[in-house]
Design a protein around this ligand. Structure first.
Ligand code: TYM
Length: 331
């Protein structure tokens, strides 16, 4: 079996980009018998933003509830919270000592902040904490410790997985073959889902459509998606439209065929948006109810996650022991 792993950072409401870029493909893989999946709440990654205590708890709870509401089966997938697997942090230190600072300087989360500081005439490292700077090393530890082969993610994470491969390779060359080299899996069509303003959908741009938004509010957001100014009645190119790409993610193959024709026959944008709202509602209504129940049952979520952490540790504890022996620590 191939090992699949992915994580979501609890920094706010899960949005359509998270769902389409990572969660949806990951859930499909979790149902495929050729794969063993491990999905987690990347809570310590979110600490780089230094969230308030209540907000931090709440967001972690929401990420966990989202996966379960969408049908993830925690008896088949190793489903856990990163912070419950302490071996990850020990491996982070080991990998830090193999990671060159230059590599981290080029990592995009840090570089984006550093570049914007320079653009504004500030010191390059204004507001940069060491957590943000070494973020890719923690992510490499997540991936390598569970012997991951495949990481389903959106395009913005590709560089991080390349860094994980790099560090695995450096370790293997230094201490002998230990880690498998992980590969990313990115869905071509939705590698970068665009947000309401046409930029990448991202919490930091405030242009997201939350996955479990109430249906009327969701429709309002859908109505805000930027479209070209082609008049009602004009033929529309489905493949350059965010509305159509979202429609494809929620509708059946047959519905998509029919909708493509309607685009060619000049559906109005207003109508196309209504149709999108409808299919999204059909798919998300039930999961949304489950989600609302789960976020009100933090104890239950906690139990599920702790059980998952036990399963993750059944892999990480012996593997870390092997790693410690390889680097020459007495044990
Ligand atoms: P995060 O929490 O920012 O995003 C979670 C997942 O959603 C994808 N994504 C998108 N995909 C397509 N279009 C978009 N607009 C869009 N926005 C977000 C992301 O690519 C990601 O797959 N560093 C990671 C969390 C992490 C992780 C890991 C992932 C920690 N350790 C190990 C994989 C393996 C992050 O911040 O994702």
């Amino acid at each position: 079996k191939k090992n699949v792993l992915t994580g979501i950072k609890p920094t706010g409401d899960i949005h359509l980009g998270n769902y389409i870029g990572a969660i949806k493909p990951a859930i499909a893989l979790s149902k495929n018998e050729h794969y063993q999946s491990a999905y987690f709440v990347a809570d310590y990654h979110a600490l780089t933003n230094v969230p308030g205590r209540e907000e931090y708890k709440d967001h972690s709870c929401k990420v966990a509830a989202t996966w379960l509401a969408l049908g993830l089966d925690p008896t088949k997938t190793i489903f856990y919270r990163q912070s419950d697997v302490p071996e990850i942090f020990e491996l982070t230190w080991i990998l830090s000592c193999l990671a060159s600072k230059g590599l981290m300087n080029r990592a995009h989360a840090y570089k984006a902040l550093a570049d914007s500081n320079l653009d504004r005439g500030r010191d390059r490292d204004f507001g940069v904490n060491m957590g943000l700077f070494t973020y890719p090393v923690l992510m490499a530890a997540d991936i390598l410790l569970l012997k991951t082969d495949i990481v389903p993610v959106g395009k913005d994470q590709i560089q991080h997985i390349e860094i994980a491969r790099d560090l695995a390779d450096t370790f293997n060359k230094t201490y002998g073959d230990t880690f498998s080299l992980p590969q990313y899996q990115v869905e071509e069509n939705t590698a970068v889902l665009l947000g309401l303003d046409g930029r990448k959908m991202s919490k930091s741009y405030k242009n997201t459509i939350p996955l479990f938004e109430e249906s009327k509010k969701r429709q309002k957001l859908i109505n805000k998606i930027k479209t070209d100014s082609s008049p009602p009645g004009a033929c529309k190119d489905p493949y350059t439209s965010i509305i159509f790409s979202l429609y494809q993610e929620f509708a059946s193959a047959n519905e998509v065929l029919i909708m493509r024709e309607r685009y060619e026959n000049g559906i109005s944008w207003g109508e196309a948006k209504q149709e999108l709202g409808k299919v999204m509602n059909d798919v998300l209504e039930e999961p949304r109810e489950t989600y609302l129940e789960l976020i009100n049952a933090p104890k239950k979520l906690n139990e599920i996650l702790l059980e998952g952490a036990e399963k993750a540790r059944a892999i990480s504890v012996p593997f870390l022991k092997e790693i410690r022996e390889k680097i020459g620590l007495l044990s």
